[in-house]
Design a protein around this ligand. Structure first.
Ligand SMILES: [Zn+2]
Length: 154
């Protein structure tokens, strides 16, 4: 399931990526709606928008995201498209590039991470596009706790 979010839904898009979905957010540079719809159609993405006036396009799936809060938006979108968030897909993509992360050996990662991280029992991953390193720490456990509280994994 792939998504294209309009510029009003950047935060939602980021959280979809965090959950392991292929999600792009465009439109902050003021692209015309028609251009966004074309990208969504070409890339086979569900178009997420807050604008109820976006025209229907044949063959394009569109979700008008009505809820305000992030939590409600996430639930709303997943329910609308009928997919479930899967725990094992969490943190599998770079939140900056929307690219799948690749595992990196501990030996390779350790010299590149802050000293405090070196003591953590965690696998390491790297974004093949921007080279950012990812690991499990308090930030990830906080996110997991937040998502579990939301009831996002069912
Ligand atoms: Zn990246």
């Amino acid at each position: 399931m792939r998504f294209l979010a309009d510029g009003m839904l950047g935060r939602l898009s980021k959280w979809l990526v965090l959950l392991g979905f292929d999600a792009r957010c465009v439109g902050w540079k003021g692209e015309a709606d028609a251009a966004l719809l074309e990208i969504a159609q070409k890339e086979g993405r569900v178009f997420l928008t807050r604008d109820a006036n976006i025209p229907e396009v044949k063959g394009l799936r569109k979700v008008v995201v009505r809820p305000q809060g992030l939590e409600e938006q996430l639930k709303f979108v997943l329910e609308a498209v009928g997919v479930k968030a899967r725990r094992e897909k969490l943190f599998s993509r770079c939140t900056a590039c929307n690219v799948e992360l690749a595992p990196v050996s501990r030996e390779e990662a350790l010299p590149l991470v802050p000293p405090l991280v070196r003591g953590l029992e965690t696998p390491f991953f790297r974004c093949p596009a921007c080279a950012k390193l990812y690991w499990n720490g308090t930030h990830t456990s906080n996110t997991v706790a937040r998502l579990e509280k939301m009831g996002i994994f069912q």
